[in-house]
Write a protein that binds this ligand. Sequence first.
Ligand code: CAA
Length: 387
Amino acid sequence: MNIGIDKIGFFTPHLYLDMKDLAEARNVDPNKYLIGIGQSKMAVIPPTQDVVSMAANAADKILTEEDKEQIDMILFATESGVDNSKSGAVYIQRLLGFKKQVRVVELKQACYAATAAIHFAHGHIAMNPDSKVLVIGADNARYGLGTKGEVTQGGGAVAMLISRNPRILSVQDDGTYWADDVMDFWRPLTHDEALVDGKYSTNVYLDFFKHVFEEYQAKTGFDISKFDAMCFHLPYTKEGFKALKIAIENADAEVATKLTREFENVRRYSNQIGNLYTGSLYLGFLSLLENATDLKPGMRIGMYSYGSGAQGEFYSGLLRPGFDKYIEHQAFQKTLDARKRLTVDEYEKIYNSRIKDEKTRKLDISSDPAKFVFAGVEDYQRQYVVR
Ligand code: CAA
């Protein structure tokens, strides 16, 4: 049975910081950020957006009433969840008006969890062919102000409808995975920002890629020439480029050139948004779909998912017949171009203004144009507004 991504939607807030401005403020050569890290802009998450509101905004764009009727499972992947007990998925169930006969759960393994969710959805649909599953990857990637990780922040949400006979990508049951308990990046329960052993984390990411890609080739007999594009988890776009270089090490020149060209399409949106944690790999896939001009049905797309701590997985998907009818060329670029550029002062103020431990606080939502917004807390209960 063909099972995979039937629809894919994305949301990131209306604010960004230009990396040249950040470089100037931090007294760093801008080329370090633009070329060395591979980021030109970074999404800034206002206090009026959190993983739930961003997820609702992403999912709302793609779902019809008929989809909602058929969805019987919502899998919410995040590593910046808003509650230690209640899942983000149950907020989505109410905010988007789903029926009550639905399974809701939140999944966590750093940036990997949305990939796990897709495979769990795959299994569920294999047993229940008429079901559809909503998979969401939503995160707010935060490091400390002035830290080395600061330039790799970002945030947003990717929503994917998983079904049989999908319109966009048929997910293959060919994954290879690798897990090991390492401390490359983590966030203690007491912390609002991630802690990271930066250089070590970049090496673990690449080591895991080598493991799973080698194993994938041995398992399937497919070498790099079988791929028409490679998508990667992109904590910052240079990291994906490093993994691509490993993948094409022994490729012939034509294959290497094609995959390098497509990688520019894969990283285009992430370069302007930053890390998305759980959604990052799938933002790269969306960016490829919207920016590449030579994709064809049947083409094989490689997917490298990585979640610190750590879990890696490589799998592939095949583009479906007619997939391009459902993709609008560069559609999301227009949204990115319409964002408001912040000064570094404004960004720092926003960074420090989010609700953390307060029992009750009402937020001013008037300057946030999104349909779903986080309006504050009342007696520790999160308040969402739908316009
Ligand atoms: N012009 C061009 N390039 C320059 C430059 C200049 N003027 N100055 C420096 N560079 C280059 C460096 O040569 C280096 O390139 P290579 O990586 O190719 O060697 C690059 O810019 C980065 O410079 P540094 O090595 O000095 O890096 P740094 O100490 O500033 O730290 C970082 C970089 C480790 C990525 C840091 O930003 C960080 O800790 N980020 C958060 C952690 C992270 O993203 N890890 C990724 C793997 S973990 C993961 O994937 C999970 C997740 O989502 C977090």
